[in-house]
Design a protein around this ligand. Structure first.
Ligand SMILES: [Zn+2]
Length: 611
């Protein structure tokens, strides 16, 4: 307790001694044990009887002899004991002639664990502790920081308080910096980069310890994720939703995803989703604005959401429109939550159309109204006024050859002067240039260029069916800063990155940008509130119960950072620049990142939905 071993055996009922007034030690017990197997103490017959399961009056047997528990088909005999402050165990494998005796002056159940590990030829796991002192603890619940210490034991948080180091304990001096729960990214595309970069620098450098994948409707089967973790240790935890688009492709076939699903197909999707939920998926994720899901109707999504609901799962959605039909898209997700009766979350909430800029207060009022009706609707958001996606998203009616639609996109949906083409396989020399600049090179109106780029990309895809990279992606400046601030401030929005290992700077800097821009510079959020929106609230929004808050028993996912210097450095020009001020990152009790470098440890795990 309080960092110190304490005498815990002085209670009113003390005075117990062994049967026959015997005090003993491990050495004594071993001598006695060895003598048992000679004829010195008792006969072979008596011993055999002592190790025989007792016969009950009803004729059945019970696996207990004369004071010996009998297991392992009679090959293991054992007895354990405990008193306040003590535990012990003696266990003999008759077939191997091994005896293990463990006596401990500790209350925890380690004696049996150690015995089992030795019997199974494993190295006994004596608990490892580590003490982090001299920190401002921000625990992830939103309460004010306190000066304290935290002790870790193996992969968990053991205790919090004014703790004094054990003898020879590893002590990390926090130098007065902030210790917070590791950040939880509720919408991430970083998984793809983990195989080539298991140290997960894009996430670690901004203090992220858990990413959530399956976003925008595209997911991996839970079995394949289990497999991935067996073969590829990584420095980040991963949780996953099941993607609606992935289910659709499997049920409808690739050639039919641009259409409505039949009842048979919906039933196939429901069965597949139920199986994934059983394997620990967090719930259903949709990407309704993307073509492969756009043609699904509300009924299809609701039928699937009901399956997620039956497993206490959740629904997260890149909603059907973030621009011209934003209002209807919000209505749709509210209705899904109402009918399917499950928590619903809007992915990367934004207002991506100029004529609705600065209407975040109305949007928030609408969401609050739904909440007051009992709908658990929440959102996540990344702290940038530009997105990263395909050019096709700029044609909400999918009419890529309509000049009027192209002109509308230029006028309302993005700022061509500030929007940069990131990938463009048909003409790589366009990459890194704004759409306005490309239009100038081509000596065209901007709207014409927009249509031409989409046409060239489609032709490229047709001619190069083997091509697996990004044919085209754009960083589109579409949002208003005031809206971004308002939506970040909404008490029900948590921070996400929507990032990947390259491209948009959000992949390397989302969380650190919130801490520098919105906390330190603009004072939009208190540090405690910002941390809550990256940890405790995020865990709640995912349905994860043992991470996101620093409390006894939770997993030791932690980040130590300097609130005075923490800063994102990634930009459009240099999307991979590392953040500063993130001093140390722990995942499951192991330090994975410090001084802007990976430590080479990969303790990440696959997180499953708690039952
Ligand atoms: Zn998305």
């Amino acid at each position: 307790m309080n960092g110190q071993h304490q005498l815990n055996d002085l209670i009113r009922l003390d005075g117990v001694i062994g049967d026959g007034n015997i005090y003993s030690s491990a050495e004594d017990m071993l001598k006695w044990d060895q003598a048992l197997y000679t004829n010195q103490l008792i006969s072979k017959e008596s011993l055999a009887e002592a190790f025989t399961p007792v016969k009950l009056n009803n004729g059945q047997t019970h696996p207990y002899g004369f004071g010996w528990g009998i297991s392992n088909n009679g090959q293991t005999v054992s007895h354990t004991g405990s008193w306040v402050g003590f535990r012990n165990s003696i266990e003999r494998r008759l077939d191997k002639n091994n005896t293990i005796i463990v006596l401990t002056n500790g209350n925890n159940g380690i004696a049996r664990t150690v015995v089992n590990e030795i019997l199974n030829n494993k190295v006994p796991s004596i608990p490892y502790t580590e003490l982090i002192t001299n920190i401002q603890l921000i625990d992830g619940t939103g309460v004010p920081a306190i000066k304290t210490s935290v002790r870790l034991q193996n992969d968990r948080i053991l205790e919090i308080g004014n703790l004094i180091p054990f003898k020879q304990e590893v002590v990390i001096n926090g130098n007065g910096l902030v210790l917070a729960p590791g950040f939880i990214d509720t919408h991430s595309h970083h998984f793809g980069g983990l195989k080539s970069n298991p140290s997960a620098t894009p996430t670690a450098n901004q203090g992220i310890t858990t990413i959530t994948i399956g976003q925008d409707g595209e997911s991996y089967a839970m079995d394949s994720l289990v497999d991935f973790f067996k073969r590829n240790p990584v420095a980040v935890n991963v949780a996953s939703y099941t993607g609606h688009t992935t289910l659709r492709r499997a049920a409808l076939g690739n050639d039919h995803v641009l259409g409505i699903a039949t009842d048979t197909a919906i039933n196939l999707m429901k069965t597949a989703l139920a199986s994934e939920m059983e394997k620990g998926s967090l719930g259903l994720a949709t990407g309704l604005e993307y073509e492969s899901a756009f043609y699904s109707n509300k009924n299809e999504v609701i039928e699937l959401a009901k399956i997620a609901a039956a497993y206490n799962g959740r629904y997260i959605s890149h909603i059907r429109s973030e621009d011209i039909h934003l209002n209807e898209a919000i209505d749709e997700i509210i209705e899904i939550g109402t009918i399917a009766k499950l928590p619903v979350q809007i992915s990367h909430i934004k207002i991506s159309i100029k004529n609705q800029w600065k209407t975040a207060p109305q949007l928030i009022a609408k969401l609050q109204a739904a909440r007051s009706q009992g709908i658990n609707i929440t959102a996540d958001i990344y702290p940038y006024n530009f997105w990263n996606s395909t050019l096709r998203i700029l044609f909400p009616n999918r009419d890529y050859t309509s000049l009027a639609s192209a002109q509308f996109a230029v006028d309302q949906l993005f700022d061509a002067n500030q929007s940069v083409l990131i990938h463009f396989a048909p003409m790589p020399n366009y990459e890194g240039k704004t759409i306005t600049a490309i239009a100038k090179i081509r000596k065209e109106e901007t709207a014409i260029t927009l249509m031409k780029l989409i046409q060239m990309a489609a032709e490229f895809d047709q001619k190069n069916p083997q091509f697996t990279g990004n044919t085209e992606t754009i960083m589109g400046k579409s949002m208003d800063d005031q809206d971004v601030s308002d939506l970040i401030s909404w008490p029900q929005s948590n921070i996400c990155s929507d990032g990947s290992s390259g491209g948009h700077p959000r992949g390397h800097g989302s969380f650190t940008k919130v801490l520098s821009k919105y906390v330190r510079e603009e004072k939009l959020l208190s540090l405690e509130t910002a941390i809550y929106k990256m940890t405790g609230l995020s865990a709640e929004h995912l349905g994860i119960t043992d991470r996101g808050i620093i409390r006894k028993g939770n997993y030791a996912d932690l980040v130590l950072f300097n609130p005075a210097t923490v800063k994102d450095n990634a930009s459009i020009q240099n999307g991979k620049a590392l953040s500063t001020g993130i001093e140390k990152v722990w995942i499951n009790g192991k330090i994975i990142y410090q001084q802007q470098k990976s430590t080479g440890l990969y303790p990440g795990v696959l997180i499953k939905r708690p039952n």
